[in-house]
Design a protein around this ligand. Structure first.
Ligand SMILES: NC(=O)c1ccc[n+]([C@@H]2O[C@H](COP(=O)([O-])OP(=O)(O)OC[C@H]3O[C@@H](n4cnc5c(N)ncnc54)[C@H](OP(=O)(O)O)[C@@H]3O)[C@@H](O)[C@H]2O)c1
Length: 276
């Protein structure tokens, strides 16, 4: 069997780092795990802390907020390995309750949303037979959390460009203040996570038939509440699972046999969360 290649975005801390560690442990020395992030020194420190004996862990700069970054790294990986087996889109820009949505909207959507669609565009074509591409979203990423009058914006989108257009429209409404007086939720995480799940649904709609034949899984995943500094800005997460504990179910999506019901859906602990 060809050596496996995996890549995780936002892997310098939190869940992403735990995913890198879990893959490093469960894959073989012939395999390669790309631990990626935005800051070279934090990438180096995280690589240094990875367990020995499993897969080789390589650090790579992939700032998902930079428009060209995903395509550049995908080209590099294609040259080195010819393809990829596991991709986790996990990176998130940290914001807290004190942040003004109008000020952070540009950077937030650039990292969390356009960063995700660029990752899907760049790495989708590289997926090998049996590959997995998982976007770490949240249970907040369902239409249940959006006013019904807004559902059409994200439901049934059939291309990543359409998803980007809707996310940009929401971002612009946040920036000019019109979102505040309208039906949009005030918590920016909600439309952003819905946009991520809509992106997975859009690419899945395009690839479903061919991916079924090739044993490929594309899905969004909710890790549940995790004790990380990001969630601690919003909630008391002192009793929540650690990143390593939260990573277990996601590692299952990447490494265990596929459940066809998960394809194109948002999955939490092995169960599909209804989109609407
Ligand atoms: N924590 C929870 O309770 C919870 C619940 C549901 C869903 N999630 C989702 O789980 C994922 C991980 O969350 P977390 O709590 O582990 O977050 P975290 O601890 O804040 O880690 C975020 C990671 O993303 C990286 N990052 C930030 N901006 C980046 C950029 N432009 N390019 C590349 N990497 C970037 C950070 O790098 P630096 O080290 O450089 O900052 C860090 O490695 C997110 O998608 C989040 O929405 C989390």
């Amino acid at each position: 069997m060809t050596s496996q290649v995996a890549l995780i975005t936002g892997a310098t801390q939190g869940l992403g780092r735990a995913l890198a560690e879990g893959l490093a442990r469960r894959l073989s020395p012939d395999d390669t795990v790309y631990l990626t992030g935005r800051a070279p020194e934090r990438i180096a420190a995280a690589v240094e802390a990875m367990p020995a004996g499993g897969a080789r862990v390589r650090g790579e700069v992939l700032d998902v907020g930079r428009p060209e970054a995903a395509a550049l790294v995908a080209d590099r990986i294609a040259e080195r390995h010819g393809g990829v087996d596991i991709v986790f889109g996990n990176a998130v820009m940290r914001v807290g309750p004190e942040d003004d949505p109008r000020v952070i909207a540009d950077a937030y959507t650039e990292v969390n949303n356009f960063g995700t669609t660029r990752l899907l565009r760049a790495f989708g074509p590289l997926l090998r037979d049996g590959g997995r591409m998982i976007v770490v979203a949240s249970s907040l990423g369902t239409l249940h959390y959006l006013a019904p009058v807004l559902h059409d914006r994200f439901d049934g989108l059939s291309s990543l460009d359409e998803v980007d257009k809707q996310v940009a429209a929401w971002r612009d409404a946040v920036k000019d203040g019109s979102a505040r007086g309208g039906p949009w939720p005030g918590f920016v995480n909600i439309p952003s996570k819905i946009g991520q799940v809509a992106a997975v649904r859009a690419i899945a709609a395009q690839r479903r038939e061919s991916d079924r034949g090739r044993g490929i899984l594309i899905a969004a995943a909710c890790p549940g509440m995790i004790n990380t500094p990001t969630s601690a800005l919003w909630w008391d997460v002192s009793a929540a699972p650690s990143p390593a504990e939260a990573a277990v179910a996601l590692l299952g999506l990447a490494l265990d046999p596929i459940d066809p019901a998960h394809y194109g859906e948002l999955v939490r602990h092995g169960r599909v969360l209804p989109w609407k």
